[in-house]
Design a protein around this ligand. Structure first.
Ligand SMILES: [Zn+2]
Ligand SMILES: [Zn+2]
Length: 473
């Protein structure tokens, strides 16, 4: 073929050398640039006057559609009725395939020889893709099954060379402004789906169902998009983790593990599941994932108006629910352990908002001092911590999962100091991300200053901690 005659010029040789020599990861952009340059060179070269198309010489003198000769031309090169209709630029009584038939009929009447010169080849514009629409629509409907939805986003993957070739022919012979292959194909599928499924809307973002069609293999993938709910939870008991903890012994594998009774869980219950399971069940969903505004330690309660959270409900079978009923179902299920309020619909953006919130938090903390302090002196000393900026090294207890760093956190206010024998309790409001237990016991001097330091380096042991409020909205 003609490729053999192609003499690479010196610039091409250089590009090839660059391509071959470039080491991994280096000048990636350059490599891509040079290969593109090669491609475009080839393209220019292929656009020769004597270009052969399926054995028949293309008449480059044919004017573009909607000129009758242009229409004749696209018929002659083997366009299917769908593509004739979208390229012709003529008004037709029907759309799509039937419109194409009308145009073809007229063209045959104008030129009686046209019909007899045709061969039954693949349509060069779509490779007869439109013939597969029925099949694709059938597959989509099968895949959707009973899943509840009202909006669909449809994505089509087409081979790049088909798209490029279609674009080349269309821009040369199609009527100005004729619809490209991809949107035309998408439209055709959508209009057939609309005929078969009631009450669906096609959208460009945030669909209930994301449907991807591979135009080459005709594979159909239906992705059920998650739904989100926002609420606040109060954790009324200690020794309840916020999220599921995989069993330490089997690392969540569950099977045959005696230590977790084959549940795969270190703790049988979590805030995540106490809230998530009733929701998952009422939406017939596959799973949930829990996004809290920060977390409390397993032994810490969370009171006040509760901690904001967004729950992501994955692959829901239904997307409609009575939120009041769901909130009641959760609260009945988790009675005396967890309680939710303010439940409403949310979206993915709120996950980020909740995760990134830097809301201040208020706590009550109680601890034991190694020797009984003088009440007045202790209150005076601890009060000096109100308003200070803490310097906190990553605590030892979380060092295994957090990078070591030093952070500055402000103690906004500290009040209600109560001294009862060797036990002290106070309320404190801090900047987000403050390690409050460390503020008391100092974590061996890694938090400065601390209650321990202002009490004259007396050892302080935290008895309990409650989150009293999260100051969000
Ligand atoms: Zn076609
Ligand atoms: Zn286990």
């Amino acid at each position: 073929m003609k490729e053999d005659n192609h003499e690479p010029d010196s610039e091409d040789e250089e590009s090839w050398a660059l391509y071959a020599d470039a080491s991994y990861g280096q000048s990636k952009v350059e490599i891509e640039d040079s290969s593109e340059a090669l491609e475009s060179d080839e393209e220019v070269w292929y656009d020769g006057d004597d270009f052969e198309f399926e054995g028949a010489t293309i008449n480059w003198d044919a004017p573009p559609c909607p000129a009758p000769l242009g229409i004749e031309h696209i018929i002659r090169i083997g366009c299917c009725n769908f593509c004739v209709q979208r390229l012709a630029g003529r008004r037709t009584a029907s759309k799509g395939e039937d419109g194409g038939k009308e145009i073809r009929k007229e063209a045959y009447q104008r030129n009686t020889e046209l019909e007899s010169t045709l061969k039954n080849d693949l349509c060069p514009m779509c490779e007869n893709l439109f013939d597969d629409v029925d099949n694709i629509v059938k597959r989509i409907i099968e895949k959707i099954g009973e899943v509840d939805h009202s909006t669909i986003q449809l994505g089509i993957h087409l081979p790049k060379d088909l798209v490029e070739e279609e674009d080349r022919i269309r821009s040369r012979h199609g009527s100005p402004g004729s619809a490209p292959l991809k949107p035309s194909f998408v439209n055709e599928i959508q209009s057939q789906l609309s005929n078969l499924i009631n009450d669906i809307t096609f959208v460009k973002e945030r669909p209930d169902l994301m449907i991807l069609v591979d135009g080459l293999t005709l594979m159909v993938d239906v992705d059920i998009r998650p739904v989100f709910m926002y609420g606040r939870y109060r954790k009324l008991i200690r020794n309840l983790p916020q999220t599921r903890w995989p069993c330490r012994a089997c690392r969540g594998r569950a099977e045959g593990c005696e230590s977790c009774n084959q549940t795969g869980l270190q703790y049988p219950e979590s805030v995540q599941d106490l809230i998530g399971e009733p929701i998952r069940i009422s939406l017939a969903a596959e799973d949930t994932s829990f996004h809290g505004m920060g977390r409390e330690d397993i032994d810490v309660r969370c009171l006040g108006t509760g901690r904001p959270f967004v729950i992501e409900i994955k692959k829901p079978g239904t997307r409609r629910a009575n939120l009041e009923e769901i909130q009641k179902a959760v609260n009945d299920n988790a009675e005396n352990k967890v309680e939710i309020n303010s439940l409403r619909w949310a979206n993915r953006k709120e996950v980020v908002k909740v995760k990134e919130s830097r809301s201040e938090k208020s706590y009550t903390i109680r601890f034991k001092v190694e020797e009984t302090p003088n009440e007045e002196e202790a209150i005076k000393a601890i009060s000096t911590l109100s308003g200070v900026e803490l310097s906190q090294e990553t605590p030892k207890r979380v060092a295994h999962r957090r990078a070591a760093k030093n952070r500055k956190r402000k103690v906004v206010s500290l009040s209600n100091i109560i001294v009862e024998g060797d036990e002290i309790q106070f309320s404190v409001r801090c900047e987000a991300g403050t390690y409050v237990k460390e503020l008391v016991h100092s974590d061996e001097g890694r938090t400065v200053p601390s209650v321990r330091s202002v009490l004259g380096d007396k050892e302080c042991t935290v008895l309990w901690l409650d989150v009293e409020d999260i100051h969000y909205e």
